[in-house]
Design a binder for this molecule. Structure first.
Ligand SMILES: O=C(O)CCC(=O)C(=O)O
Length: 323
């Protein structure tokens, strides 16, 4: 089963990429094996190449997608539970958000009472994601970015919104109307600090039902890595997020959680690139063994309007705790 992810074409599970009629010949001639270069890697299979006009340029920022791109995105997200889009956003915008996140994190960390265990913090502005990893939200700089409309630029990307509305519907049915989706208006972030170890494999949300047919996603997260090649995006020591494509189904996730090996990808992405993933997909943040590079990832969540995330974000402000 593992090979099926890596070797077979998107549109036809049974057709190895690069196979030709010669490849299935029954003659006594040696059967030509497809050249390794013809086999798409798993990462390529979950990546939709944006057309030039769809990538961010100063002339045309954040454009809608062509029908071809749109259909490919919906198909990849449904089938693999994860979709990579390179060059989607203006790197300058992402880097501005990065500065906001790091500034807010520093201020919040400085306010944490000295006696507090930094691996279990649960404040309104700062939560631990195990040692040397934090989730940052609701900070003053980030709120200022939202007030200036900079969060809406991310959460209202016309191409992304249309893809998610269609992925939320059952295949063959009309895309959902915008009123059936709630995009969080606030941007959040994860930051792994030097010394962070790899996270436990996890999904952000449970399945709604653990039996019955596979349902469309009810929650999709967009990750926006926020490093450039100049400041560590391509340095493997800084770490990436590891995703396990296909594990957004109950059966595939159960196998992996029961110890079966499964193919994964750990794409080295840079500011401007985006990952959309079904919140039921297994993934984890890898460790950060760099000397001094902090690895921030922004996120924006899109959910069905009826869904309530039961995870409790801390209610107490770190600034009240420090008084
Ligand atoms: O740090 C990462 O790459 C991902 C973090 C993550 O998935 C989490 O904290 O839930």
């Amino acid at each position: 089963m593992q090979a099926a992810f890596a070797l077979f074409d998107e549109d036809d599970e049974n057709e190895p990429i690069g196979s030709t009629s010669e490849g299935t010949s029954t003659s006594s001639l040696p059967i030509p094996t497809p050249a390794i270069t013809q086999l798409k890697s798993l990462q390529e299979r979950v990546t939709v190449q944006l057309e030039e006009a769809e990538q961010h340029t100063t002339a045309q920022p954040h454009a809608a997608f062509s029908e071809t791109t749109h259909n490919a995105c919906v198909s990849v997200l449904r089938r693999h539970g994860v979709l990579l889009l390179k060059g989607l956003f203006d790197p300058a915008l992402i880097l501005e958000w990065r500065s906001r996140v790091l500034a807010d994190m520093d201020v919040a960390l400085a306010a944490v009472p000295a006696s507090a265990d930094r691996t279990t913090l649960r404040y309104k502005e700062l939560a631990s994601r195990q040692a040397a990893r934090f989730e940052v939200r609701n900070g003053a700089q980030m709120k200022a970015g939202e007030a200036q409309g900079q969060a809406a630029v991310l959460s209202e990307h016309p191409g992304v919104v249309r893809v998610i509305l269609e992925a939320f519907a059952c295949p063959g049915q009309a895309p959902l109307p915008l009123s059936d989706m709630r995009a969080w208006r606030d941007v959040g972030a994860f930051v792994s600090l030097p010394g962070a170890t790899a996270q436990q494999l996890h999904a952000d949300l449970d399945h709604l039902f653990f039996s019955g047919p596979h349902l469309p996603p009810h929650y999709v997260t967009m990750f926006l890595p926020a490093l450039t090649p100049d400041d560590g995006a391509l340095d493997p020591r800084v770490g990436q997020t590891e995703f396990f494509p296909g594990t957004h189904t109950v059966a595939a996730a159960a196998k992996v959680l029961n110890g079966e090996t499964a193919p994964s990808i750990s794409p080295q992405l840079q500011a401007g690139d985006a990952v959309l993933y079904d919140a039921r997909l297994l993934h984890r943040g890898l460790g950060n063994s760099s000397k001094s590079t902090r690895r921030p990832i922004l996120y924006v969540n899109f959910q069905r309007s009826w869904f309530e995330d039961q995870q409790n974000w801390g209610q107490e402000s770190v600034f009240d705790a420090s008084k």
